[in-house]
Design a protein around this ligand. Structure first.
Ligand code: ADP
Length: 643
């Protein structure tokens, strides 16, 4: 076994790898960007090396700098985590050339699976079923259109170098093929520098079922399947293992196909073979097709760990250090069911816009495995993936594990950034999902119900107001002598809503909270608030100038500073501000120009996405306050409008 390894990653996965390394007595070296100087993974590691600026290209993607750090600290091996350099064969070769071990597959195995067309051809040869389609070299649009006709519509155009759903277009009508092809190729050329595409049969009710494989370079085993069908725009949202409705025959067929795939490329380490399954036809041993192989540890690996009891990172370290596979296929068994939900800093009502912020409050419940790379007080920066945590639950049955997931989400508390917590909670309570009736279209079909934002009820408002005033057990204001005589006014703001409440002491103890005509009695006892005679299934936390209430739904309120509000009101209407930190990509207007409500004013690039900023009302551009190419902070004024 190694005595010291370097982790070429950040966030939750770096922290997770360090935890296992430590339990095995292996010392760890973290690397970090300037933005991560105080990050959790840096604090956890035995040693840490700064490797450059906040941009991934200036730090976590600098292979040569990372190898230098490993050599300088005496690390013998490099664990790449996922993302960044994990599937970069040139990096693997550089690591090996420096006399170090890459904890993962060979450069050659990564290359074999790097492009979807070559991978499909290889898998076909190994006897693994692939999605019917054309993955040849002839990229002539006429030829590809002919291939699409032969396959039969609907078809899916996919960039061979694609990832994250980019360069992918569904085409239903032959008349739309040429346009869709041009746009898929254009997107692929920009995103991957490679415009080659393949054409596939579009599976109508697709389920994404993937098999975890593990090889030692000679043999491979599989650790059963994960179902990742709950997706939003081809991105996984909640994963589970095993797949609902899976039969013994189909599991055996998929497992064998995945092991064949891994052994065909002499696979070493943890990998995932992704299959697409036609949910409309049910789960059948002949109804799954290879999509691609991911030659790394996946984000969702904890659900496999939960049902097999195996630590995949431990296996990675053992195999990379030269040990054979720790066990044989027949030693592996499934125990119960597991779910993983990906908690992100994102603004769901605004269309799942990535969010940033400082986590003024962060708490997770007991009873779930929490893989996180942040602590209370840490910032979610615009530089990296805005994941806050992975929440993993396990149970003897799917229903119990899912119930535990819903409860764990309800018990999760984040303030300082908006999150997708309530959306995940709504999914965990979704009837179709509970019935195991999953396919990749489920979220899109029910998106309105899943993202509904109910208005706060009276009890919630009362709880927020009491918390704002720090009442309750040992509350700061309880000792005030004239507090009984003077009712306290509390203003809560949420978006465009404003709530005016009054709190007064009640004869005989407790409080009386008035909201318009309604009056609720409130009492703090047995560790919680009883409001209107009931113990609320929610908790409230005051942080900074806000109060957050966490139940099945989260409500964040701002406690307005009465002086600041007046000053801001005049300016806000006429100033277009950056909604998040980013780079100004384009400014479309000049001073003096008249604009109408909804007109495009500027484009801000943030979190790897472009956001168009539009005029909120008609007006004339008074001033342009930021230039193209400028790096701006959240809230920075970009354009001022006048009447
Ligand atoms: P990427 O590498 O860009 O993530 P994948 O090939 O892994 O692309 O596909 C991503 C998702 O797109 C799949 O999980 C599935 O939801 C959908 N998808 C892929 N291929 C098909 C297909 N042939 N028919 C229908 N949906 C598909």
């Amino acid at each position: 076994m190694f005595h010291k390894i370097l982790i070429a990653n950040r966030g939750e996965i770096a922290a997770r790898i360090i935890r296992t390394a430590r339990s095995m007595g292996v010392a760890t070296v973290a690397v970090h960007s300037e933005a991560d100087a105080h990050a959790l993974h840096v604090e956890m590691a035995d040693q840490a090396v700064p490797i450059g600026g906040p941009r991934p290209a200036d730090s976590y993607l600098r292979g040569e700098r990372i190898i230098e750090a490993a050599l300088a600290t005496g690390a013998q091996a490099i664990h790449p985590g996922y993302g960044f350099l994990s599937e970069n064969p040139d990096f693997v070769e550089a690591v090996e050339a420096a006399g170090l071990v890459f904890i993962g597959p060979s450069a050659q195995a990564i290359r074999a699976m790097g492009l979807k067309d070559a991978a499909k051809a290889l898998m076909q040869k190994a006897g693994v079923p692939v999605v019917p389609g054309y993955h040849g070299a002839n990229q002539d649009p006429e030829h590809l259109a002919g291939a699409a006709d032969a396959i039969g519509y609907p078809v899916l155009i996919k960039a061979v170098a694609g990832g994250g759903g980019k360069g992918m277009r569904r085409v239903d009508d032959p008349g739309d093929f040429a346009d869709a092809l041009a746009s898929a190729m254009g997107e692929a050329a920009t995103a991957f520098g490679n415009d080659t595409v393949l054409i596939e049969k579009y599976i109508e009710k697709p389920r994404h079922i993937e098999v975890q494989v593990f090889g030692d370079g000679q043999r491979a085993v599989h650790l059963f399947e994960r179902d990742c069908s709950l997706q939003r725009r081809h991105q996984k949202v909640i994963e589970e293992a095993p797949a609902p409705g899976m039969t013994t025959e189909m599991r055996a067929a998929m497992g064998q196909a995945a092991v064949r795939a891994a052994e065909a490329i002499g696979y070493k380490g943890a990998g995932t073979v992704e299959f697409i399954v036609d949910g409309a036809q049910g789960l059948r041993p002949d109804g799954f097709w290879f999509m691609e192989m991911n030659t790394r540890l996946q984000v969702e690996h904890p659900v496999t760990e939960a049902i097999t009891g195996i630590d995949l990172v431990e296996w990675q370290l053992r195999v990379a250090s030269g040990e054979p596979l720790p066990c044989a296929q027949e030693d592996l068994a499934i125990n119960g069911h597991a779910f993983e939900a990906r908690l992100y800093a994102e603004d769901v009502p605004a269309g799942f816009l990535p969010a940033t912020g400082r986590l003024a409050h962060l708490a997770f419940p007991a009873g779930a495995r929490i893989d996180t790379g942040v602590r209370k007080g840490d910032a979610i920066s615009p530089w990296y993936d805005p994941m806050i945590a992975k929440i993993v639950t396990h149970g003897p049955t799917r229903a119990v594990a899912l119930g535990r997931l819903a409860a764990a989400l309800d018990g999760t508390e984040v303030a300082g950034s908006v999150t997708n917590r309530d959306f995940l909670g709504a999914l965990a309570r979704h009837a179709g999902f509970a019935a195991g009736d999953v396919d990749t279209g489920l979220i899109a079909r029910d998106i309105e119900a899943l993202t509904a934002t109910p208005a706060p009820g009276q009890e919630t408002l009362a709880l927020a107001a009491l918390t704002a005033q720090a009442l309750g057990e040992g509350g700061a204001l309880e000792g005030f002598t004239n507090w009984e005589a003077l009712p306290q006014a509390v203003v809560l703001e949420a978006g465009d809503s404003r709530f005016d409440l009054r709190i007064a002491r009640r004869d005989g103890g407790g409080w009386r909270v008035a909201l318009g005509e309604a009056v609720l009695d409130a009492e703090h006892r047995a560790g919680g608030w009883w409001i209107g005679g009931q113990r609320l299934p929610a908790r409230a936390v005051r942080s900074g100038a806000g109060v957050s209430v966490f139940g099945a739904v989260t409500h964040h309120f701002i406690l307005p500073d009465p002086l600041a509000v007046a000053a801001d009101a005049g300016a806000a209407a006429g100033v277009i501000k950056a909604p998040m930190p980013g780079v100004v990509k384009a400014i479309f207007v000049k001073p003096g120009q008249a604009v109408v409500k909804g007109a495009r004013l500027a484009v801000l690039e943030a979190m790897k996405m472009e956001h168009t900023l539009a005029a909120g009302r008609d007006g004339v551009v008074a001033e342009v306050l930021a230039g193209e190419g400028a790096q701006v902070e959240a809230g920075a004024a970009l354009i001022a409008l006048e009447e």
